[in-house]
Structure formats: C-alpha cells, structure tokens
Write a protein that binds this ligand. Structure first.
Ligand code: CAA
Length: 240
C-alpha cells in the first residue's frame, strides 16, 4: 500500500516540485498551503494532488488540518516541512513583526506540524520527517537575521529529534537548498540576485526538482540508515 506524504507549502515553488515528485514515486500526497487559493486550485487541477489550506504558524490549525488529511488519505508517514517565508531587511530596519512572522512560520511551523504527527509515527514505528532549511541557515545572509536564525533552528531541531525518533524507526533529516529559481528568490532585487549567482560554482540557480529528488531519496526505505543529517544542495556555493 502506498504511503501518505504531506508537504507544507506544497502548491508552489520547491514544495510543488516535491509534491509532484513524491506522487510520481507512488506516494499518496497532500499539499498544504497558507494563502494563495488561485495557485492551489491550479496546482490541484494540473496534478490531481489535493490541497489543504491552513497556516503552519497556527498550532491548532495544524492539528485540525492534519486530522482532515488523515481522514481523507490515511495516516501520514512522510512529512515534508517546506513552508517558508522571507521578510528581508537589514537588522537596523527589521521590525519585531518581521522577526515574529519569519520565526513563526519557518521555525515554530515545523514544531506545529511535527508535534501532532509524532505520537502516530511512534506508535506505527515508521516515519520520515524531512525539513527544508536553507544555505542561509548555515552561513547567514545579510538582510536575513530572522530567516537565518529560523533556518539554523531547523537544523538544530532536526539533530535533536533524529535522536528521539531513531528507536521507533523514524528518521529526521534536513535539506539546505541554495538559491533556487522560485518566486522567493526572484523577489530579490535583480542586481543582488546577479551578484549571488556569480558566487555559485555550478553557474546557475538550482531548480526545484534538484531539491525534490533529494526529498524522494530521504523518504524512501533505502534511506533508513540516514538520520540527523544535513544535506546541502547549493551548487557548491557554501561548503559546510
Ligand atoms: N553585504 C554587504 N553589504 C550589503 C549587502 C551584502 N550582502 N547587501 C546590501 N548591502 C549594503 C548596501 O550596499 C547598502 O550600503 P550603502 O548604504 O553603503 O549603499 C546597505 O547595505 C543598505 O542596502 P539597501 O539600501 O539596499 O537596503 P534595503 O533596506 O533596501 O535592502 C536588503 C537590503 C533587503 C538586505 C536587500 O539587499 C536584499 O534583499 N538582499 C538580499 C537578501 C537575500 O539574499 N535574501 C535571500 C532571499 S531568497 C531566500 O531566502 C531563499 C533561500 O533560502 C536561499
């Protein structure tokens, strides 16, 4: 029987590529999204993957959303914590609200999603939790004190939870994408973006599928011995 996978932020960008790749690999996939109804409807129409709307920043909404997905598709065995936002500003201009929004979605969001699922994964003695962090959680980025802090937190979360999940055959890993050609990166001012691309040894932005293939591998039974690991997929831009 095919496993159920839930991808947050799964209707656009990297998340959409992950959802599609998991479906192609035989999973029953649900894609969560927070705001863009039009993009979600288009995604479902094109892929046949159902979309579910809630904010990962809201614990109760996550618990209710997960319950709905499980009622529709069965117990979630693969969770991909991909949802993320940016509110870039140099620190002297960064507001408390910009800090709270990014920490709430990009860091607390992975707690909010993983915590309600955790008892079921432990009981069934199988799970794959794959967190999507960022190169900027590894190296820091000018203008992203909030984002870099959250994404670095995602890596620490992964390493702690991997140790707790291991005895129940739950692996927890984190992928750190570099700059990938999505709306988020295209929103960076063009000059800044060009400067960033010039520092990527492979000479191009990543494609969402570059990340999706790594997720499919980490979700597979073949990856059962890999847990607590940080996988960089950044075209050689930062070697940790
Ligand atoms: N290093 C050093 N100095 C920098 C700098 C950098 N990387 N970027 C900007 N500065 C300097 C500017 O040159 C400027 O200096 P002067 O005042 O001497 O000219 C100063 O900082 C202020 O710059 P701005 O006036 O442009 O400030 P701003 O408020 O308009 O915007 C910014 C600053 C928001 C940080 C903007 O530069 C920016 O968007 N940078 C890109 C940040 C980035 O890489 N975000 C990643 C988004 S994609 C993503 O997050 C996905 C992922 O995981 C990879």
């Amino acid at each position: 029987m095919s496993r159920v996978a839930l991808v947050t932020g799964g209707s656009r960008g990297i998340g959409a590529a992950i959802a599609k790749a998991l479906k192609a690999a035989g999973y029953k996939v649900a894609a969560n999204y927070a705001g863009n109804d039009e993009a979600a409807a288009k995604f479902t129409e094109e892929t046949g993957i159902p979309t579910y709307k809630w904010s990962v920043a809201d614990y109760d909404a996550c618990a209710a959303g997960i319950a709905k997905v499980e009622a529709d598709l069965g117990p979630v065995e693969v969770l991909v914590n991909n949802a993320g936002i940016t509110r870039d500003a140099p620190f002297h201009k960064m507001t408390k609200d910009q800090w709270d929004q990014v920490i709430g979605t990009n860091l607390t969001g992975i707690f909010n999603m993983t915590h309600p699922l955790w008892p079921g994964l432990r009981e069934r003695k199988f799970g794959r939790v794959i967190n999507i962090s960022s190169i900027n959680g590894q190296k820091g980025q000018f203008g992203q004190a909030n984002y870099s802090a959250a994404k670095a937190g995602d890596i620490g979360f992964t390493k702690a939870l991997a140790q707790e999940g291991a005895r129940n055959n739950i692996t927890v890993n984190v992928i750190c994408p570099g700059y990938v050609a999505t709306e988020m990166v295209m929103a960076v001012p063009e000059k800044v973006r060009e400067a960033i691309i010039s520092t990527i040894p492979v000479g191009r932005l990543g494609e969402p599928e570059d990340i999706a293939r790594a997720v499919v591998f980490l979700a597979s039974d073949d990856a059962g011995f890999i847990t607590g690991s940080t996988l960089s997929a950044n075209g050689g831009q930062y070697l940790s």
